[in-house]
Design a protein around this ligand. Structure first.
Ligand SMILES: *Cc1c(COP(=O)(O)O)cnc(C)c1O
Length: 341
Protein backbone atom coordinates (compact mmCIF):
# COMPACT_ATOMS: atom_id res chain seq x y z
CA UNK A 1 0.00 0.00 0.00
CA UNK A 2 1.32 3.40 -0.96
CA UNK A 3 1.52 5.98 1.82
CA UNK A 4 -0.80 8.44 0.11
CA UNK A 5 -4.09 6.87 -1.01
CA UNK A 6 -5.22 7.32 -4.62
CA UNK A 7 -8.43 9.18 -4.02
CA UNK A 8 -11.23 8.66 -6.56
CA UNK A 9 -14.09 9.54 -4.19
CA UNK A 10 -14.73 12.84 -5.94
CA UNK A 11 -13.08 15.56 -7.99
CA UNK A 12 -13.66 17.81 -4.97
CA UNK A 13 -10.67 16.25 -3.15
CA UNK A 14 -8.02 18.13 -5.18
CA UNK A 15 -5.58 20.49 -3.42
CA UNK A 16 -4.65 23.81 -5.06
CA UNK A 17 -1.40 23.50 -7.03
CA UNK A 18 1.64 25.62 -6.08
CA UNK A 19 0.99 27.91 -9.07
CA UNK A 20 -2.66 28.32 -8.04
CA UNK A 21 -1.58 29.13 -4.48
CA UNK A 22 0.78 31.79 -5.83
CA UNK A 23 -2.03 33.36 -7.82
CA UNK A 24 -4.22 33.27 -4.71
CA UNK A 25 -1.55 34.91 -2.54
CA UNK A 26 -0.98 37.68 -5.08
CA UNK A 27 -4.68 38.52 -5.61
CA UNK A 28 -5.86 42.09 -4.99
CA UNK A 29 -8.91 42.01 -2.69
CA UNK A 30 -11.69 44.26 -1.39
CA UNK A 31 -15.15 44.03 0.16
CA UNK A 32 -17.24 42.04 -2.31
CA UNK A 33 -20.57 42.84 -0.63
CA UNK A 34 -19.76 46.45 -1.61
CA UNK A 35 -18.80 45.17 -5.09
CA UNK A 36 -15.20 46.22 -4.39
CA UNK A 37 -13.19 43.03 -4.75
CA UNK A 38 -11.22 43.43 -8.01
CA UNK A 39 -10.44 39.71 -8.30
CA UNK A 40 -14.05 38.65 -7.83
CA UNK A 41 -15.23 41.32 -10.27
CA UNK A 42 -12.70 40.08 -12.81
CA UNK A 43 -13.73 36.45 -12.35
CA UNK A 44 -17.43 37.31 -12.70
CA UNK A 45 -16.78 39.32 -15.87
CA UNK A 46 -14.48 36.73 -17.39
CA UNK A 47 -16.85 33.84 -16.78
CA UNK A 48 -19.91 35.74 -18.00
CA UNK A 49 -18.00 36.72 -21.15
CA UNK A 50 -16.81 33.18 -21.74
CA UNK A 51 -20.43 32.02 -21.95
CA UNK A 52 -21.63 35.20 -23.63
CA UNK A 53 -23.93 36.04 -20.74
CA UNK A 54 -24.47 39.52 -19.30
CA UNK A 55 -23.46 38.98 -15.70
CA UNK A 56 -22.32 36.56 -13.01
CA UNK A 57 -22.22 36.29 -9.24
CA UNK A 58 -19.55 34.42 -7.25
CA UNK A 59 -20.79 32.12 -4.49
CA UNK A 60 -19.27 29.69 -2.00
CA UNK A 61 -20.85 26.53 -3.44
CA UNK A 62 -22.73 24.99 -6.33
CA UNK A 63 -25.58 24.19 -4.00
CA UNK A 64 -25.92 27.90 -3.33
CA UNK A 65 -25.79 28.92 -7.01
CA UNK A 66 -28.44 26.31 -7.89
CA UNK A 67 -30.64 27.26 -4.97
CA UNK A 68 -30.37 30.98 -5.71
CA UNK A 69 -31.34 30.28 -9.32
CA UNK A 70 -34.38 28.22 -8.28
CA UNK A 71 -35.44 30.92 -5.80
CA UNK A 72 -35.06 33.65 -8.44
CA UNK A 73 -37.02 31.80 -11.10
CA UNK A 74 -39.97 30.64 -8.96
CA UNK A 75 -42.68 31.73 -6.53
CA UNK A 76 -43.74 29.48 -3.62
CA UNK A 77 -46.01 26.70 -4.92
CA UNK A 78 -44.56 26.77 -8.43
CA UNK A 79 -43.19 23.56 -9.85
CA UNK A 80 -39.62 22.78 -10.89
CA UNK A 81 -39.20 20.03 -13.50
CA UNK A 82 -36.02 17.96 -13.26
CA UNK A 83 -34.65 14.45 -13.61
CA UNK A 84 -35.07 12.21 -10.55
CA UNK A 85 -31.31 11.82 -10.02
CA UNK A 86 -30.62 15.55 -10.21
CA UNK A 87 -28.21 17.05 -7.71
CA UNK A 88 -30.77 19.80 -7.00
CA UNK A 89 -33.20 17.12 -5.80
CA UNK A 90 -30.93 14.38 -4.40
CA UNK A 91 -28.12 16.30 -2.76
CA UNK A 92 -29.28 19.78 -1.82
CA UNK A 93 -31.10 18.91 1.38
CA UNK A 94 -34.61 19.48 0.09
CA UNK A 95 -33.59 23.05 -0.68
CA UNK A 96 -36.14 23.46 -3.47
CA UNK A 97 -38.86 23.27 -0.80
CA UNK A 98 -36.81 24.80 2.02
CA UNK A 99 -35.48 27.83 0.19
CA UNK A 100 -37.97 28.48 -2.58
CA UNK A 101 -41.16 26.82 -1.27
CA UNK A 102 -41.46 25.25 -4.69
CA UNK A 103 -42.69 21.78 -5.58
CA UNK A 104 -40.84 19.35 -7.82
CA UNK A 105 -41.88 17.20 -10.77
CA UNK A 106 -39.38 14.37 -11.14
CA UNK A 107 -38.80 12.68 -14.47
CA UNK A 108 -37.13 9.30 -14.98
CA UNK A 109 -34.38 9.96 -17.49
CA UNK A 110 -31.64 8.07 -19.25
CA UNK A 111 -28.53 8.38 -17.06
CA UNK A 112 -29.75 11.69 -15.71
CA UNK A 113 -30.89 13.12 -19.03
CA UNK A 114 -34.48 13.97 -19.89
CA UNK A 115 -36.19 14.30 -23.26
CA UNK A 116 -38.26 17.14 -24.69
CA UNK A 117 -41.28 14.84 -24.94
CA UNK A 118 -41.08 14.04 -21.21
CA UNK A 119 -40.86 17.73 -20.32
CA UNK A 120 -43.83 18.47 -22.60
CA UNK A 121 -45.91 15.83 -20.80
CA UNK A 122 -44.83 17.14 -17.38
CA UNK A 123 -45.83 20.77 -17.93
CA UNK A 124 -49.02 21.37 -15.96
CA UNK A 125 -52.18 22.54 -17.70
CA UNK A 126 -53.58 25.96 -16.74
CA UNK A 127 -55.89 24.61 -14.03
CA UNK A 128 -56.54 26.01 -10.52
CA UNK A 129 -55.87 22.56 -9.01
CA UNK A 130 -52.33 22.41 -10.35
CA UNK A 131 -49.04 24.06 -9.44
CA UNK A 132 -47.65 26.37 -12.09
CA UNK A 133 -44.78 24.79 -14.03
CA UNK A 134 -42.15 27.53 -13.96
CA UNK A 135 -38.69 26.11 -14.37
CA UNK A 136 -36.87 23.23 -16.06
CA UNK A 137 -33.45 22.36 -14.66
CA UNK A 138 -30.96 20.22 -16.59
CA UNK A 139 -27.67 18.78 -15.32
CA UNK A 140 -24.69 18.48 -17.68
CA UNK A 141 -22.67 16.42 -17.14
CA UNK A 142 -24.95 14.27 -15.04
CA UNK A 143 -23.29 13.26 -11.78
CA UNK A 144 -25.43 10.20 -10.91
CA UNK A 145 -25.65 9.44 -14.62
CA UNK A 146 -21.91 8.66 -14.53
CA UNK A 147 -20.70 11.93 -16.04
CA UNK A 148 -22.71 11.53 -19.22
CA UNK A 149 -23.46 14.42 -21.54
CA UNK A 150 -26.57 15.71 -23.25
CA UNK A 151 -26.71 15.87 -27.02
CA UNK A 152 -26.82 19.64 -27.49
CA UNK A 153 -29.73 19.33 -29.96
CA UNK A 154 -31.85 17.91 -27.14
CA UNK A 155 -31.06 20.91 -24.96
CA UNK A 156 -32.02 23.26 -27.80
CA UNK A 157 -35.28 21.42 -28.33
CA UNK A 158 -36.11 21.59 -24.58
CA UNK A 159 -35.34 25.32 -24.72
CA UNK A 160 -37.76 25.81 -27.62
CA UNK A 161 -40.48 24.07 -25.62
CA UNK A 162 -39.72 26.19 -22.53
CA UNK A 163 -39.96 29.33 -24.64
CA UNK A 164 -43.31 28.30 -26.11
CA UNK A 165 -44.71 27.49 -22.67
CA UNK A 166 -43.15 30.40 -20.77
CA UNK A 167 -40.84 28.34 -18.55
CA UNK A 168 -37.29 29.29 -17.60
CA UNK A 169 -34.40 26.91 -18.30
CA UNK A 170 -31.58 26.47 -15.78
CA UNK A 171 -28.37 24.51 -16.17
CA UNK A 172 -26.68 22.82 -13.23
CA UNK A 173 -23.33 22.95 -14.96
CA UNK A 174 -21.17 21.91 -12.03
CA UNK A 175 -19.17 19.89 -14.58
CA UNK A 176 -20.21 21.62 -17.80
CA UNK A 177 -16.46 22.08 -18.46
CA UNK A 178 -16.13 18.32 -18.88
CA UNK A 179 -19.05 18.19 -21.32
CA UNK A 180 -17.69 21.09 -23.37
CA UNK A 181 -14.22 19.53 -23.58
CA UNK A 182 -15.45 15.97 -24.22
CA UNK A 183 -17.92 16.96 -26.92
CA UNK A 184 -15.98 19.95 -28.26
CA UNK A 185 -18.93 22.23 -27.70
CA UNK A 186 -19.15 26.01 -27.72
CA UNK A 187 -19.55 28.02 -24.49
CA UNK A 188 -21.60 30.63 -26.33
CA UNK A 189 -24.19 28.03 -27.34
CA UNK A 190 -24.77 27.35 -23.65
CA UNK A 191 -25.01 31.05 -22.87
CA UNK A 192 -27.57 31.67 -25.60
CA UNK A 193 -29.70 28.66 -24.66
CA UNK A 194 -30.02 28.77 -20.87
CA UNK A 195 -31.64 31.53 -18.81
CA UNK A 196 -29.25 30.75 -15.97
CA UNK A 197 -26.14 28.62 -15.60
CA UNK A 198 -24.40 27.41 -12.46
CA UNK A 199 -20.74 26.39 -12.83
CA UNK A 200 -18.40 24.98 -10.17
CA UNK A 201 -14.72 25.78 -9.78
CA UNK A 202 -14.16 23.30 -6.96
CA UNK A 203 -14.91 20.14 -8.93
CA UNK A 204 -13.02 19.30 -12.09
CA UNK A 205 -11.18 22.64 -12.20
CA UNK A 206 -9.33 21.99 -8.96
CA UNK A 207 -10.12 25.15 -6.96
CA UNK A 208 -10.56 24.95 -3.20
CA UNK A 209 -13.89 26.82 -3.17
CA UNK A 210 -16.34 28.53 -5.44
CA UNK A 211 -19.14 28.52 -7.97
CA UNK A 212 -20.64 31.13 -10.24
CA UNK A 213 -24.21 31.78 -11.29
CA UNK A 214 -24.61 33.36 -14.74
CA UNK A 215 -27.59 35.12 -16.26
CA UNK A 216 -28.81 38.44 -17.57
CA UNK A 217 -28.21 41.65 -15.62
CA UNK A 218 -31.63 41.82 -13.99
CA UNK A 219 -31.48 38.17 -12.97
CA UNK A 220 -28.02 38.51 -11.41
CA UNK A 221 -29.08 41.68 -9.58
CA UNK A 222 -31.87 39.66 -8.00
CA UNK A 223 -29.46 36.77 -7.38
CA UNK A 224 -27.13 39.06 -5.39
CA UNK A 225 -30.01 39.94 -3.10
CA UNK A 226 -30.83 36.24 -2.57
CA UNK A 227 -27.15 35.41 -2.04
CA UNK A 228 -27.12 37.91 0.83
CA UNK A 229 -30.29 36.37 2.31
CA UNK A 230 -28.70 32.91 2.11
CA UNK A 231 -25.64 34.21 3.96
CA UNK A 232 -23.39 33.92 0.93
CA UNK A 233 -22.19 37.53 0.77
CA UNK A 234 -18.43 37.29 1.28
CA UNK A 235 -15.92 40.04 1.95
CA UNK A 236 -12.23 39.81 0.87
CA UNK A 237 -12.78 36.53 -0.98
CA UNK A 238 -10.66 37.63 -3.94
CA UNK A 239 -8.02 34.98 -3.23
CA UNK A 240 -10.67 32.36 -3.95
CA UNK A 241 -11.64 34.14 -7.15
CA UNK A 242 -7.95 34.25 -8.14
CA UNK A 243 -7.88 30.46 -7.91
CA UNK A 244 -10.83 30.45 -10.31
CA UNK A 245 -9.16 32.86 -12.73
CA UNK A 246 -6.08 30.65 -12.69
CA UNK A 247 -8.14 27.50 -13.27
CA UNK A 248 -10.06 29.00 -16.21
CA UNK A 249 -6.73 29.63 -17.93
CA UNK A 250 -4.88 26.46 -16.97
CA UNK A 251 -7.21 23.65 -15.91
CA UNK A 252 -9.81 23.30 -18.65
CA UNK A 253 -7.93 21.86 -21.62
CA UNK A 254 -6.28 19.29 -19.35
CA UNK A 255 -9.67 17.70 -18.56
CA UNK A 256 -9.07 15.56 -21.64
CA UNK A 257 -6.45 13.76 -19.52
CA UNK A 258 -8.95 13.00 -16.75
CA UNK A 259 -11.33 11.65 -19.39
CA UNK A 260 -8.60 9.42 -20.82
CA UNK A 261 -7.75 8.17 -17.32
CA UNK A 262 -11.40 7.29 -16.66
CA UNK A 263 -11.57 5.39 -19.96
CA UNK A 264 -8.42 3.46 -19.04
CA UNK A 265 -9.97 2.38 -15.73
CA UNK A 266 -13.20 1.53 -17.54
CA UNK A 267 -11.45 -0.70 -20.07
CA UNK A 268 -9.93 -2.67 -17.20
CA UNK A 269 -13.11 -2.93 -15.15
CA UNK A 270 -15.21 -4.00 -18.11
CA UNK A 271 -13.31 -7.30 -18.19
CA UNK A 272 -13.65 -8.06 -14.47
CA UNK A 273 -15.97 -10.88 -13.43
CA UNK A 274 -17.19 -8.96 -10.36
CA UNK A 275 -18.53 -6.16 -12.58
CA UNK A 276 -22.09 -6.66 -13.77
CA UNK A 277 -22.51 -3.35 -15.52
CA UNK A 278 -20.28 -0.41 -16.37
CA UNK A 279 -22.02 2.82 -17.34
CA UNK A 280 -20.53 4.28 -20.53
CA UNK A 281 -17.51 6.42 -19.61
CA UNK A 282 -17.98 9.81 -21.30
CA UNK A 283 -16.03 12.16 -19.04
CA UNK A 284 -14.28 11.91 -15.65
CA UNK A 285 -16.86 9.83 -13.76
CA UNK A 286 -17.03 6.07 -13.84
CA UNK A 287 -19.86 4.10 -12.25
CA UNK A 288 -20.06 0.33 -12.11
CA UNK A 289 -22.49 -2.13 -10.62
CA UNK A 290 -21.42 -5.35 -8.92
CA UNK A 291 -22.68 -8.87 -9.61
CA UNK A 292 -25.55 -10.22 -7.46
CA UNK A 293 -24.55 -10.95 -3.88
CA UNK A 294 -21.61 -8.52 -3.89
CA UNK A 295 -21.54 -5.41 -1.77
CA UNK A 296 -20.25 -2.05 -2.92
CA UNK A 297 -19.32 -0.85 0.60
CA UNK A 298 -17.37 -4.13 1.10
CA UNK A 299 -15.46 -3.63 -2.17
CA UNK A 300 -14.78 0.00 -1.25
CA UNK A 301 -13.34 -1.23 2.08
CA UNK A 302 -11.11 -3.78 0.30
CA UNK A 303 -9.88 -1.10 -2.10
CA UNK A 304 -9.19 1.21 0.81
CA UNK A 305 -6.90 -1.41 2.37
CA UNK A 306 -4.99 -1.38 -0.92
CA UNK A 307 -4.71 2.40 -0.94
CA UNK A 308 -7.53 3.20 -3.39
CA UNK A 309 -10.43 5.32 -2.20
CA UNK A 310 -13.75 4.84 -4.03
CA UNK A 311 -17.29 5.85 -3.19
CA UNK A 312 -20.12 3.33 -2.79
CA UNK A 313 -23.03 5.40 -4.14
CA UNK A 314 -25.52 2.58 -3.50
CA UNK A 315 -25.41 -0.95 -1.99
CA UNK A 316 -24.31 -2.29 -5.40
CA UNK A 317 -22.74 0.65 -7.20
CA UNK A 318 -19.25 2.17 -6.97
CA UNK A 319 -18.23 5.54 -8.34
CA UNK A 320 -14.72 6.58 -9.30
CA UNK A 321 -13.88 10.14 -10.32
CA UNK A 322 -10.63 11.13 -12.01
CA UNK A 323 -9.18 14.59 -11.44
CA UNK A 324 -6.19 16.93 -11.32
CA UNK A 325 -4.49 15.04 -8.50
CA UNK A 326 -4.64 11.63 -10.23
CA UNK A 327 -1.56 10.92 -12.34
CA UNK A 328 -1.03 8.42 -15.10
CA UNK A 329 1.09 6.28 -12.77
CA UNK A 330 -1.79 6.31 -10.25
CA UNK A 331 -3.98 4.90 -13.03
CA UNK A 332 -1.53 2.08 -13.81
CA UNK A 333 -1.20 1.31 -10.10
CA UNK A 334 -5.00 1.19 -9.75
CA UNK A 335 -5.31 -1.10 -12.78
CA UNK A 336 -2.79 -3.47 -11.16
CA UNK A 337 -4.88 -3.46 -7.98
CA UNK A 338 -8.11 -4.22 -9.90
CA UNK A 339 -6.31 -7.03 -11.71
CA UNK A 340 -5.24 -8.54 -8.40
CA UNK A 341 -8.74 -8.62 -6.87
C1 LIG B 1 -21.12 19.02 -6.69
C2 LIG B 1 -22.29 19.37 -7.48
C3 LIG B 1 -23.01 20.54 -7.21
C4 LIG B 1 -22.64 21.54 -6.14
O1 LIG B 1 -22.13 21.03 -4.98
P1 LIG B 1 -21.42 21.89 -3.87
O2 LIG B 1 -20.72 20.85 -3.09
O3 LIG B 1 -22.49 22.57 -3.12
O4 LIG B 1 -20.50 22.87 -4.53
C5 LIG B 1 -24.10 20.82 -8.00
N1 LIG B 1 -24.45 19.99 -9.00
C6 LIG B 1 -23.78 18.88 -9.30
C7 LIG B 1 -24.21 18.06 -10.45
C8 LIG B 1 -22.68 18.52 -8.54
O5 LIG B 1 -22.02 17.40 -8.85
Amino acid sequence: MSTKPIDYRSDTVTRPTPAMREAMAAAPVGDDVFGEDPSINQLEEKTAQLFGMEAAVFCPSGTMTNQIAIKCHTQPGDEVICEENSHIYQYEGGGIAFNAGASVKLLAGDRGRIKTRQVAEAIQPDDVHRPISRLVSLENTSNRGGGCCYAFEEIVSIKQLCQEKGLALHLDGARVWNAIVAKQENYLDYGSTFDSISVCLSKSLGCPVGSLLLGNRAFIKKARRIRKVFGGGMRQAGSLAAAGLYALDHHIARLEQDHLHARMLGECLQKKSFVKLLLPVETNILIFELQEGQSAPALAATLKERGVLAYAISPVRIRLVTHLDISESDIYQTIDIFNSL
